[in-house]
Design a protein around this ligand. Structure first.
Ligand SMILES: [Zn+2]
Length: 107
């Protein structure tokens, strides 16, 4: 897990987040479009960014998982986490060098 290079989104966005706001997006869509997933705890200042390479690794073979099914599994875990299940997620364009190679690997 890498240290986020980005700033935490405005607190009002985090407060306003509801899981239904992710629509039908799947992990696959983030990978395809080169987006990272920014995960913000609602109960403490913690924020984690899963970059496309990390998402590809973490969800290898499960890229069709819808974000709306992922969200209930996320908590503010880890060494500095507060353990809260109240989190908000935001897809964020990742400026790193990334091109998803799934199709190339499949052929
Ligand atoms: Zn927390």
């Amino acid at each position: 897990m890498s240290t986020p290079q980005i700033e935490r989104p405005p607190e009002k966005w985090i407060r306003a987040f509801r899981p239904g706001m992710v629509g039908r997006d799947r992990i696959r869509d983030l990978l395809k479009d080169g987006f990272s997933l920014v995960i913000c705890c609602k109960d403490c200042p913690r924020m984690v960014e899963w970059t496309p390479p990390e998402l590809a690794d973490r969800f290898a073979g499960k890229v069709d998982l819808p974000l709306i099914e992922l969200i209930p599994r996320l908590t503010c875990a880890g060494e500095s986490g507060c353990g809260s299940p109240e989190i908000a997620v935001f897809p964020n364009f990742w400026p790193g060098d990334w091109r998803w190679r799934e199709d190339a690997a499949a052929t």
